[in-house]
Design a binder for this molecule. Structure first.
Ligand code: 5CA
Length: 426
């Protein structure tokens, strides 16, 4: 992509409405445009991050055998009246009527809808288990939308739903999804902390929240110090490690000695629930068992805040200059900065590098705008691509361009040819 023809509006101004770093940076680096309170439009640069995150989530879901679907955003009220949640859900639900006076709602979650799809097609125990997921927009009329996409009213969620024949099967599925979540968040460069949770409005028997540590988080967590350096702990140590939210922390029964107990705020990026036959019973969703009698499948539901993750990743990975994207979710892998657009040699080398990398399949953004060098360098740091190639007239006289690592700031000289080889190998 050439920046001169790319819709990537950046700004030096810190927006007054944004109180936390990720929200400020998402606006300044042109990821999103605000539409209304808690409602955002995604611009090309932000959309790239959103899609990279979505792809990682889909891949890890498919790896455990879940099937992707796409349910409608609009649902009939009848389904929720049947489950008993229509009144219980309260003011967070956006309700409206169509021209025939049918009551509709914009889905805040989809347990009822998936149970309805399930019952249309699945009739026998032989067809179980099933695990379906989607990545779809939700609407919750949050009383206090804040922190940009972190607590929005309209937001993108990955929501998955499993159906099993019995409790043992459902628990097995629950832990499979649990482990897939750990892999999913780690692939994004995050350290997820699974915290035992209440199941709230979803209801049920067992639930975990996946939190990532960040001062701007909404929950207060108490956890074992192993989480401070998870790279050096075994998976067994981590899965047994203590981590609870404030409400659940009881100092008198806490198993962690005071010197190992840590306290930090966290951002909830995922939430999994096992709730048995709560919805299948209330909605009368059954399959025929082996002996001909009806069985109400045991369900779980599994959420990941896809749009929230964009904010959470930036919250976890930025500095005073801007965003520092972890490579797997970066909108582009590398940016080329032509420091002197008027210099024919700089422009030729930049354009050739751009073409070579692009043809090799590298996600590359080429800043070919007619801006001052200082401006371009500041913008490149602001948007936070993992690698920067700096092409300037002085170094080029020695036949050299520079490769800068955004995270470490480390700069290394290369000939343009060697640089292309380097990207070919990685
Ligand atoms: N049906 C279940 C799981 S599919 C469910 O709705 N779970 S949830 O309510 O916990 O939401 C799942 C995830 O969506 C949360 O972990 C969070 O990361 C994200 N999320 C929830 N509310 C919002 C919001 N207002 N703005 C942005 N993301 C949100």
């Amino acid at each position: 992509m050439r920046w001169s023809s790319y819709f990537l509006p950046t700004s030096k101004e810190v927006p007054a409405e944004a109180s936390i770093a990720s929200h400020q940076l998402m606006l300044r680096a042109g990821l999103v445009a605000p539409t209304a309170a808690g409602i955002y439009s995604w611009l090309p640069f932000g959309l790239r991050a959103l899609l990279k995150i979505s792809n990682i989530v889909s891949e890890e879901q498919e790896a455990i055998g879940a099937n992707q679907v796409l349910m409608s955003t609009v649902q009939p009220a009848d389904l929720w009246i049947a489950s008993g949640r229509y009144d219980a859900y309260g003011e967070e639900m956006l309700r409206f009527k169509d021209r025939h006076e049918h009551e509709l709602l914009y889905g805040p979650t989809n347990e009822e809808q998936i149970a309805d799809i399930f019952r249309r097609f699945v009739k026998s125990y032989k067809q179980l288990p099933q695990n379906l997921f989607q990545i779809q927009w939700k609407f919750r009329d949050e009383i206090r939308p804040r922190f940009g996409v972190m607590r929005g009213r309209e937001f993108l969620m990955k929501d998955g739903y499993s159906f099993d024949l019995n409790r043992a099967g459902a628990e097995k599925t629950y832990w499979e999804v649990f482990n897939a979540y750990i892999r999913t968040f780690r692939r994004m460069g995050l350290t997820p902390i699974p915290v035992r949770a209440d199941s709230g409005a979803i209801g049920g028997n067992m639930s975990h929240e996946f939190q990532i540590l960040a001062p701007a988080g909404e929950s207060l967590l108490y956890y074992d110090a192993v989480w401070d350096d998870p790279a050096n702990a075994s998976d067994e140590d981590l899965s047994a490690a203590y981590a609870v939210a404030e409400e659940k922390h009881d100092p008198s029964s806490c198993p962690v000695p005071p010197e190992r107990l840590r306290q930090s705020r966290g951002i909830e990026v995922g939430h999994v629930f096992y709730f048995g036959d709560k919805y299948t019973k209330s909605m009368g969703v059954s399959v025929m068992g082996q002996d001909g009698s009806p069985i109400y499948p045991e369900m779980g539901s599994y959420g990941i805040g896809i749009s929230r993750l964009v904010g959470a990743i930036i919250e976890a990975s930025h500095d005073e200059k801007g965003i520092i994207w972890p490579e797997p979710v970066a909108p582009f892998y590398v940016g080329i900065v032509n420091l002197q657009e008027e210099d024919a040699r700089c422009t030729e080398v930049s354009a050739t590098l751009y073409k070579s990398l692009h043809d090799m399949g590298v996600d590359v953004l080429y800043d070919d705008r007619l801006e001052r060098a200082g401006e371009k360098l500041a913008d490149m740091d602001l948007i936070g691509l993992p690698w920067q190639i700096l092409v300037g007239p002085q170094k080029l006289q020695e036949g050299i361009v520079e490769l800068k690592n955004r995270r470490t700031g480390h700069v290394q000289p290369y000939t343009p040819e060697n640089l292309v080889h380097l990207f070919q190998k990685s």
